[in-house]
Design a protein around this ligand. Structure first.
Ligand code: SF4
Length: 340
C-alpha cells in the first residue's frame, strides 16, 4: 500500500490525490493569475462506515478545505472523492442535491451558522422542507423529535437562536444536520468555540448519536487533545498534506512523524508527577502560496536531514495501517527503492 487506505473495513468515503489550489489574481480589468494558495495538495485517505476519523492540524493546514471539498461546498482543482462509490466532483447538480441528504456539516461557530431571524423550529425544519421530506404537522412533529434527540425540549422550537447558550446552539446545529437522516457528518471544529465543560457534553452527544443512528464522522480539530476521545483513527495535516494517519491509540502511543510528536508533546499531562519534554518548533508555518521544497515540514523539523530539503517523502503504510510521510521511515525515500 502506498496511500492512506486499508481494506479491512467497509469504506464510505474514498479520497484520492485531492488537490485544491485557490488562484491569486492581479489586476482589475485584465486580471491574470499570479500564483495560487495550495490549500490541499494531494491528500489520499478513506473514511470507514461507522467510524470517526479525526483530522487535525494547525490553522491554515487545509483541514477545513478538505471537509468542504468532500461535501462539494468547494470545487476541487483535481482528484477524486467517492461517496459510496459515486465520484462527488463529477456528479451532475441534480444527483448532488440528492446526495446532499447523506452528507451534512456541523460548523464551528454555532451562532454564525444559525439565521438569527428564524425560529429554532424553522431552522431545524428547513432541510425537511428543502428535501421534501416532511411538511406541515408532520414536519413540526419531526422537529420536536429532533430537538429532544439532541437534549433540548419541544417548546424550544418557538425560540430564536440568541435565546440559547453556545452549547445549546451547537445542539440546534446538530439537530438541523440530523434532520435529513445523513450517513456522514463533517464536524468542522464543532467544539472549538465552546467552554471546556460544554465541549465534553457536545462530544458525548455526538458519540451517543453515532451509536444510535450509525453515523460516520469526519471530525476536524486544531488540537490532538480534542480528537483523542472521539476518534477511531486520526489523520494529521501539515501545510496541505497528510503526514501521518493511523489508529487513535497507536498514534498517541507511537507517533512516528516529528510534527505529530511535537503536537503531542504540547498536550498537558493530567498526572503532574509524569514529566514530559515539550518539543518546541522553530518559526511559523510557511505560506501555502510558496511552500518549502521536499518535505514541507523541513523548515521547522528538529530532525531535518539533507534529503528532506530536496525530496518529498512518500506517504506509505509503515505497518498495520500506520501511514506516515517522513524520510526517517524506511520506504518513504526513493533511495530505499534503489537499495532493493
Ligand atoms: Fe523532518 Fe525530514 Fe521527516 Fe520531514 S522528512 S519530518 S524534515 S525528518
Amino acid at each position: 500500500m502506498t496511500d492512506g487506505t486499508i481494506n479491512t473495513q467497509e469504506t464510505l468515503v474514498e479520497v484520492r490525490d485531492l488537490v485544491k489550489h485557490f488562484p491569486i489574481r492581479q489586476g482589475i480589468i485584465f486580471s491574470k493569475q499570479v500564483g495560487a494558495v495550495q490549500a490541499v495538495d494531494g491528500v489520499t485517505f478513506d473514511i470507514f462506515k461507522g467510524e470517526t476519523l479525526g483530522l487535525v492540524g494547525e490553522s491554515g493546514c487545509g483541514k477545513t478545505t478538505t471537509g468542504r471539498l468532500i461535501l462539494r461546498l468547494l470545487e476541487a482543482t483535481s482528484g477524486e472523492i467517492y461517496f459510496d462509490g459515486k465520484n462527488i466532483p463529477a456528479l451532475p447538480k441534480d444527483d448532488l442535491r440528492e446526495l446532499r441528504k447523506d452528507m451534512q456539516i456541523i460548523f464551528q461557530d454555532p451562532y454564525g451558522s444559525l439565521n438569527p431571524r428564524m425560529t429554532v423550529g424553522d431552522i431545524v425544519g428547513e432541510p425537511l422542507h428543502i428535501h421534501k421530506i416532511a411538511r406541515g404537522a408532520e414536519k413540526e412533529k419531526r422537529v420536536r423529535e429532533l430537538l429532544e434527540v439532541v437534549g433540548l425540549s419541544a417548546f424550544h422550537a418557538r425560540r430564536f437562536p440568541h435565546e440559547f447558550s453556545g452549547g445549546q446552539r451547537q445542539r440546534i446545529g446538530i439537530a438541523r444536520a440530523l434532520a435529513v437522516d445523513p450517513r456522514l457528518i463533517v464536524c468542522d471544529e464543532p467544539v472549538s468555540a465552546l467552554d471546556v465543560s460544554i465541549q465534553a457534553q457536545v462530544i458525548n452527544l455526538l458519540e451517543d448519536l453515532q451509536d444510535e443512528f450509525g453515523l460516520t464522522y469526519l471530525f476536524i480539530a486544531h488540537d490532538l487533545s480534542v480528537v483523542k476521545h472521539i476518534s477511531d483513527r486520526v489523520a494529521v495535516m501539515y501545510l496541505g498534506k497528510i503526514v501521518e494517519l493511523t489508529d487513535k491509540d497507536e498514534l498517541y502511543r507511537n507517533p512516528k512523524h516529528p510534527y505529530t510528536q511535537a503536537l503531542l508533546s504540547a498536550i498537558p499531562e493530567a498526572d503532574p508527577t509524569l514529566k514530559k519534554e515539550r518539543i518546541l518548533l522553530k518559526g511559523d508555518v510557511p505560506s501555502p502560496i510558496n511552500p518549502p521544497t521536499g518535505c514541507r515540514f523541513h523548515t521547522r523539523c528538529p530532525k531535518v536531514m539533507d534529503i528532506c530539503k530536496v525530496e518529498e517523502p512518500k506517504f506509505i503504510d509503515s505497518g498495520d495501517g500506520h501511514f506516515v510521510a517522513c524520510h526517517l521511515i524506511p520506504g518513504c525515500s526513493s533511495i530505499d527503492e534503489d537499495e532493493e
